[in-house]
Design a protein around this ligand. Structure first.
Ligand code: UDP
Length: 426
């Protein structure tokens, strides 16, 4: 017998564990998004179960986060880290385990919100087997990403096909920026229903720390010119552009420049190799004395870094949304970002920061220097950034908009499935 609680929702994120430590290989914005959306929906009264894949035998099967929100880890393939490009073959097992979990617990999820293309496939398969509403967020689009990378993996054909099928069949696709919505239409399919609901950030956690207090905590001199990057070590993130830009900064000679590159990496993995490559470039350009690699920064210390910085740089080659930009803005720190994807939506040039062409280190150097040269303009940009985030990007407002979307879809489905009103009654 199924428990038919209408406000029960499954967030599926096969490859992005919402309980994982972020900032390491393949643990970034998607993990944060699923966790924060889950928690905010739970606060708003939804019963949220966040499903992911077990990637270590030591991991608990169920992690409670809130009376209404928990992470559930299903077995799908060996309990070890497996890169996203190698997970597809384990998805049928994930689908079977999801259904087994429902059966064993006597639960039923009328809404399944899937994340990234791997989970899109899981949602589409589940939809063949049980009545459900599928909402999907891509987090990254193969059709855009493969245009900016040198190496296209074997799985690309499969991924592009799943992304297209999902757009055409999901009850709703959530695009996180108008740019992503446009890419979906132009590069994926002209069919399918999309709605733009952005990502959010934590307005309490990020913001409110005075710059000098943050610097004291981190041991950064009050008069240093601090440039900050945080994120995964991945070529797509364009860290090389930032390092080259810093080597050309006009402040380099003054001895005050400080470059902080935050993010975790593991020797022997792709992020470890990228970290080594960046470390070598830093050495080649003679920037070792002014560069700090603090490693992975968890959210208890990260707000100090944002607050301490004069400027936060997001030099990605491609960025579907880019949480780091709005975290920095929430912290009243101006952002210099690549003029791509969701960064064109979050960063308002000359108002909350500056945009520069991707991979163009000279343009980045110029933009960074303009902000470093003018502390009162830096502060104005910071205040405007905070205002923009308060208006447009809180997790609560994101969850409210998602909640309204789910309810609307449930009402439509209730009409469609008139013979099973207990399932979709809103
Ligand atoms: N992050 C973190 N610690 C780190 C590096 C990154 O907490 O050392 C977090 C960062 O605060 C942000 C997320 O990881 O919330 C990265 O998201 P973004 O959308 O910027 O990039 P993605 O990883 O999705 O490409």
């Amino acid at each position: 017998m199924f428990q038919t609680i209408q406000n029960r929702i499954a967030l599926i994120s096969v490859d992005g564990d919402p309980s994982a430590k972020t900032g390491q290989e393949e643990a970034g914005g998607q993990n944060v998004y699923v966790h924060q959306v889950g928690m905010a929906l739970a606060e708003q009264g939804w019963q949220v179960d966040m499903f992911t894949r077990r990637s270590s035998p030591r991991q608990a099967t169920i992690v409670p986060h809130h009376p209404n929100c928990r992470t559930i880890r299903l077995n799908a393939g060996p309990a070890e880290f497996i890169g996203r490009d190698h997970l597809f073959d384990y998805l049928p097992e994930f689908v079977a385990e999801f259904q087994k979990f429902q059966q064993q617990q006597g639960l039923y999820y009328p809404i399944v919100h899937t994340n990234y293309w791997l989970s899109a496939w899981v949602g589409m398969e589940l939809k063949k087997r049980q009545p459900l509403i599928q909402v999907h967020t891509y987090h990254s689009l193969g059709a855009v990403k493969y245009r900016s990378v040198g190496h296209i993996p074997v799985i690309a054909i499969q991924r592009l096909a799943v992304e297209k099928a999902c757009l055409e069949t999901a009850d709703r696709v959530v695009a996180t920026s108008p740019q992503e919505q446009k890419h979906l239409r132009i590069l994926v399919s002209h069919r399918g229903r999309t709605e733009m609901i952005p990502c959010g950030t934590d307005l309490q956690k990020f913001g409110g720390l005075p710059r000098l207090e943050a610097r004291e905590k981190l041991g950064i001199a009050p008069d240093a010119k601090m440039v900050f990057y945080v994120g995964r070590f991945d070529r797509r993130k364009g860290i090389e552009t930032l390092v080259k830009a810093i080597s050309q900064s006009k402040f380099r000679g003054e001895g005050k420049l400080k470059l902080v590159i935050g993010g975790g990496s593991r020797p022997g993995y792709i992020d470890g190799m990228e970290c080594d490559r960046i470390t070598n470039i830093v050495a080649e350009l003679g920037l070792e004395d002014i560069t700090i690699f603090p490693g992975s920064l968890d959210h208890s210390i990260l707000p100090y870094y944002y607050a301490a910085a004069d400027v936060c740089v997001v030099p990605s080659h491609y960025e579907p949304f880019g949480l780091v930009a709005i975290e920095a803005m929430a912290s009243q720190t101006p952002v210099v970002a690549s003029d791509v994807g969701g960064l064109q939506f979050t960063v308002v040039p000359e108002v909350t920061g500056l945009l520069a062409p991707p991979k163009n280190d000279l343009a980045f150097a110029d933009a960074i220097d303009r902000i470093l040269a003018n502390p009162s303009w830096r502060d104005e940009l910071g205040v405007a950034g905070r205002e923009r985030v308060e208006i447009a990007f809180s997790w609560n407002s994101v969850a409210s908009r998602l909640s309204q979307l789910y309810l609307r879809l449930m009402m439509q489905a209730a009409e469609q499935y008139q013979n099973q009103p207990q399932i979709f009654a809103a």
